[in-house]
Design a binder for this molecule. Structure first.
Ligand SMILES: Cc1cc2nc3c(=O)[nH]c(=O)nc-3n(C[C@H](O)[C@H](O)[C@H](O)COP(=O)(O)OP(=O)(O)OC[C@H]3O[C@@H](n4cnc5c(N)ncnc54)[C@H](O)[C@@H]3O)c2cc1C
Length: 428
């Protein structure tokens, strides 16, 4: 789903620190064990796990590695799931909800382990502030902290407005929940590191190689847009918001929502630290969130806004500027050097949608804005299921998902739904 309004140069692209030697389609094998569609966190993570277990994998992406949300996100490494744990508890019961939470926590440890094992230079930094956009949101943050602690998360503290003002030089917030064990990362450099590791373990990655159709059943295979085919034993569909109609029936479960990010010119270390003293990631407490952090080269990287309608602002940098200046008016002299967008994959209930669409096609998508951790670890859960450990896969696959309306009602329905939350943000 290329979209020129969103597909502008990104901070991540220009600061990418390695070139990965991928394969040419002319060397396409006739058969591998597992074909993976999508070279984002989900697909690369699954491929890395499978190749470490001796499976021959081939990963295909219609763009370069990380071309989707993986190479264009806010880089926030978050805890848990966007709707909180109640939705899991209602559907699965407390015990299985805990399994799902633990999987998300393991996702952070997986990132650390992979960075270490594969020597990936990607600026991982811990510390996260959930900043209260309204005084009334402090109660919600305290409840959120209680839930995190019930699920075993340590190192959370509530900061008063005064305490927060010493860490964050903005007057618009009313206090915060600080988490020690969330943070931020250079997403694309992490993804490129995973890709290199896949290739190092004998996996194949084909960039700029679109998959036209997926065949499941007893003779799984991919047909590439070039007309060539490759056979395999299983297929992993890791396309998230970019899925389109590749697998009939699946796209009703995940809806692409555009979100936008800007990165300022470099501010210098002193000025960057004057904004966010301890280099934490920050996210506000609204339903439609603004999120920001500084980068290793001392820019402010700021994300926010959503478009549910498929219509994008014409000049993204100018459009995002007032949002940045509302929080940091002291940056009025600063240029927005990069501005881009991408598609977040959301599900109706904001829980990830994992399963098999037939005996040999596995999928997971719909991380609903929190895929930096979840896509990686749930890609591993898919890989585990393929090699025979289905315990965690089976728990996630039990979650029921309502389809989004199809046809001409699809976008207006979602736009109306989100308008409700915008109004809620304004009134709360
Ligand atoms: C602007 C933005 C900001 C975000 N910020 C955050 C954040 O701060 N923290 C967080 O946790 N999450 C964030 N997210 C979400 C997070 O980035 C995603 O959940 C995660 O990257 C999803 O990874 P993925 O591998 O499943 O999908 P993607 O990275 O989107 O990869 C899917 C890939 O599939 C490929 N593809 C699709 N169809 C085909 C086909 N037919 N043939 C071949 N290839 C195909 C696409 O080219 C794409 O590269 C953000 C997302 C966006 C868009």
């Amino acid at each position: 789903m290329s979209d020129s309004a969103l597909d502008q140069p990104t901070y991540y692209g220009v600061t990418a620190n390695r070139h990965v030697k991928t394969s040419a389609v002319s060397s396409l094998p006739e058969r591998v064990d597992v074909c993976v569609v999508g070279a984002g966190f989900t697909g690369l993570s699954a491929a890395l796990e499978l190749s470490s277990q001796g499976r021959k994998v081939a990963v295909f992406d219609s763009g370069p590695i990380g071309w989707g949300a993986t190479g264009r996100n806010g880089g926030q490494v978050c805890t848990g799931y966007s709707p909180g744990m109640e939705a899991f508890e209602k559907q699965l019961g407390v015990q299985d909800a805990r399994i799902c939470f633990d999987v998300a926590e393991q996702g952070k440890r997986l990132i650390e382990a992979r960075i270490q094992n594969h020597d990936i230079d990607c600026d991982l930094t811990w510390g996260f502030l959930h900043a209260a956009a309204r005084p009334s949101h402090m109660a919600g943050l305290a409840e959120h902290m209680e839930e995190l602690e019930q699920y075993g998360v340590q190192g959370c503290t509530i900061l008063s407005r005064d305490e927060l003002s010493k860490k964050l030089d903005s007057k618009v917030f009313h206090g915060a929940l600080r988490e020690q064990d969330s943070g931020h990362i250079h997403s694309l450099n992490y993804a490129l590191g995973l890709a290199d590791a896949v290739i190092g373990q004998g996996g194949l990655i084909f960039e700029n190689t679109a998959v036209e159709s997926v065949q499941g059943g007893s003779k799984p295979a991919l047909k590439l847009a070039s007309g060539r085919t490759i056979a395999c034993s299983q297929v992993i569909v890791a396309c998230n918001a970019y899925l389109g109609s590749l697998v009939p029936g699946l796209n009703h479960r995940v809806m692409p929502v555009a979100s936008y990010v800007v990165a300022t010119e470099t501010l210098g270390e002193e000025r960057a630290r004057s904004l966010i003293r301890d280099n934490e990631a920050v996210c506000d407490s609204n339903y439609v969130v603004d999120y920001f952090r500084t980068t290793a080269d001392h820019r402010l990287l700021f994300g926010g806004r959503c478009s549910y309608s498929g219509i994008h602002p014409r000049d993204l940098g100018a459009n995002m500027r007032p949002r940045v200046l509302r929080i940091f008016p002291q940056l009025s002299d600063v240029k927005m050097e990069y501005a881009w967008g991408g598609h977040i994959g959301i599900t109706y209930n904001r829980l990830p949608n994992m399963g098999r669409s037939d005996s040999s096609i596995y999928f997971v998508h719909g991380f609903s804005g929190q895929g930096v951790v979840l896509a990686g670890v749930l890609g591993k859960v898919l890989a585990d299921a393929i090699v025979g450990d289905t315990e965690r896969f089976d728990v996630f696959a039990r979650i029921r998902h309502l389809p989004f309306p199809g046809g001409f009602l699809r976008r207006p329905g979602l736009t109306l739904g989100m308008l409700y939350y915008r109004v809620k943000d304004l009134l709360s």
